[in-house]
Ligand binder design. Structure first.
Ligand SMILES: [Zn+2]
Length: 57
Protein backbone atom coordinates (compact mmCIF):
# COMPACT_ATOMS: atom_id res chain seq x y z
CA UNK A 1 0.00 0.00 0.00
CA UNK A 2 1.31 3.39 -0.96
CA UNK A 3 0.92 5.51 2.09
CA UNK A 4 1.61 9.16 2.30
CA UNK A 5 0.75 11.98 4.54
CA UNK A 6 -0.03 15.58 3.99
CA UNK A 7 2.27 17.95 5.76
CA UNK A 8 1.71 21.53 6.74
CA UNK A 9 4.99 23.27 6.16
CA UNK A 10 6.33 26.75 6.70
CA UNK A 11 8.59 28.41 4.13
CA UNK A 12 11.96 29.27 5.64
CA UNK A 13 12.23 32.41 3.56
CA UNK A 14 8.84 34.05 4.02
CA UNK A 15 7.14 31.88 6.69
CA UNK A 16 4.02 31.32 4.60
CA UNK A 17 2.36 27.99 5.26
CA UNK A 18 1.50 25.45 2.59
CA UNK A 19 0.09 21.95 2.51
CA UNK A 20 2.23 19.46 0.63
CA UNK A 21 2.03 15.73 0.03
CA UNK A 22 4.83 13.78 1.67
CA UNK A 23 5.36 11.71 -1.47
CA UNK A 24 5.24 14.55 -3.97
CA UNK A 25 7.09 13.50 -7.11
CA UNK A 26 7.69 16.96 -8.47
CA UNK A 27 9.53 19.90 -6.93
CA UNK A 28 7.20 22.23 -5.04
CA UNK A 29 7.84 25.94 -4.84
CA UNK A 30 6.50 28.38 -2.28
CA UNK A 31 3.40 30.06 -3.73
CA UNK A 32 4.36 33.37 -2.16
CA UNK A 33 8.09 33.83 -2.70
CA UNK A 34 8.89 31.06 -5.17
CA UNK A 35 11.56 29.40 -3.04
CA UNK A 36 11.96 25.68 -3.64
CA UNK A 37 10.44 23.87 -0.68
CA UNK A 38 10.77 20.22 -1.65
CA UNK A 39 12.59 18.09 -4.15
CA UNK A 40 11.53 14.53 -4.91
CA UNK A 41 13.97 11.98 -3.55
CA UNK A 42 13.56 8.26 -3.60
CA UNK A 43 9.78 8.39 -3.90
CA UNK A 44 9.23 10.95 -1.24
CA UNK A 45 9.53 14.67 -0.89
CA UNK A 46 12.77 15.88 0.61
CA UNK A 47 12.20 19.13 2.44
CA UNK A 48 14.80 21.67 1.39
CA UNK A 49 13.41 25.12 2.08
CA UNK A 50 10.68 24.60 4.62
CA UNK A 51 9.99 23.20 8.04
CA UNK A 52 7.17 20.88 9.04
CA UNK A 53 4.59 22.65 11.17
CA UNK A 54 2.09 19.82 11.48
CA UNK A 55 1.48 16.34 10.08
CA UNK A 56 -2.07 15.98 8.81
CA UNK A 57 -3.93 12.71 8.58
ZN1 LIG B 1 8.16 31.54 0.73
Amino acid sequence: MMSGKFLKVSCRDCSSESIIFSRATIPIACAVCGATMTNPSGGKAQLVGCSVVEILE
